[in-house]
Design a protein around this ligand. Structure first.
Ligand code: NCD
Length: 303
């Protein structure tokens, strides 16, 4: 039985297969509409979510399956002190597959070690968010036609942003990807990622100003400052509006540069940018459903 804790759990070849499947689902969704009949997905969310939980649920429903779960730790037995290990053993009796989000790093991994069903990490604290990365990669592959040979700017909260950590790990396996990390000093990428890039002799730079690097980017991945991971509100308030992508800044970008964002957006992308055809963050959400459909089918060994 296979779980998904980290995007690196899949080889590049396996990811290719998964993205081919997602692309086929996009082309011909009817073909997949009954593949999960009789199967149940449990969504166990101990942290807030809109997209991730609802896209998992929508993915399972699109496949003909059904969904059970909770969207708030307070309404589950966690409020009574139950451990994730016990909860997953119980959920294993009710469902065929589980997507779990938890504020503690490693909690879905602990659950997987006790589980009788595949567990998908739907975000664990400031650590990893593998299904967002699958979404990001499918978006890039579908809209750019490749996953290599580009310069990607990753901007915002690179310290606490789990989507950033998963994405950097995943992209580090493709050829000729140049990373431009754009953040205030306090929110730079964690040192373990910097060391991984050094060890693999990959090319990257760390800068503070977004404007200066705009003309060089093929992709710009914007992120939200992760308020819930800050130790004090003052630091958050000081840093929250450090970057705001505006129409003026977009004028400095290439005509085919794409703007991605895992969402939710707060202030870091001005709403006036939404009408720019290069802003693909809402398209990205749709790819998130296709890739989660492909993932459910793969982990349940139905393809
Ligand atoms: C992200 C997350 O939860 O890490 N959201 C998402 O799942 N698309 C990004 C964020 O909350 O900023």
């Amino acid at each position: 039985m296979r779980h998904l804790m980290n995007p690196m759990d899949f080889s590049v070849e396996e990811l290719d297969k998964l993205f081919d499947l997602a692309a086929d689902i996009e082309k011909d969704p009817k073909k997949y509409a009954h593949m999960c009949e009789g199967k149940k997905l449990a969504t166990c969310f101990y942290e807030p979510s809109t997209r991730t939980r609802l896209s998992f649920e929508s993915a399972m429903i699109n496949l003909g399956g059904s969904v059970i779960g909770f969207s708030d730790a307070g309404s589950s037995s966690a409020a009574k002190g139950e451990s994730v290990s016990d909860t997953i053993r119980v959920i294993s009796c009710f469902a065929d597959i589980c997507a779990m989000r938890h504020p503690k790093e490693g909690a879905p991994m602990v659950a997987a070690s006790r589980s009788g069903i595949p567990v998908i990490n739907a975000g664990d604290g400031g650590h990893q968010h593998p299904t967002q990365t699958l979404t990001d990669l499918l978006t890039i592959r579908s809209l750019k036609g490749r996953l290599d040979n580009f310069t990607i700017g990753i901007c915002g909260d690179l310290k606490f942003g789990r989507t950033v950590h998963s994405l950097v790990n995943a992209l580090a396996r493709y050829d000729k990807v140049h990373f431009v990390f754009i953040s205030p000093e306090e929110l730079r990428i964690p040192s373990y990622l910097r060391e991984m890039l050094w060890d693999k002799a990959l090319s990257f730079e760390e800068v503070i100003r977004l404007e200066d690097v705009m003309p060089r980017l093929d992709l710009l991945y914007m992120t939200r400052v992760q308020r819930e991971r800050f130790f004090n509100e003052e630091d958050y308030v000081r840093l929250k509006d450090f970057y705001v992508l505006t129409k003026e800044k977009m004028e400095r970008a290439r005509e085919d540069m794409l703007v991605l964002h895992p969402l939710p957006r707060v202030n870091e992308i001005s709403v006036e940018v939404d009408d720019d055809p290069r802003a693909v963050y809402f398209k990205q959400v749709q790819y998130g459903v296709y890739v989660r459909m492909a993932l459910i089918l793969t982990l349940l060994e139905l393809v």
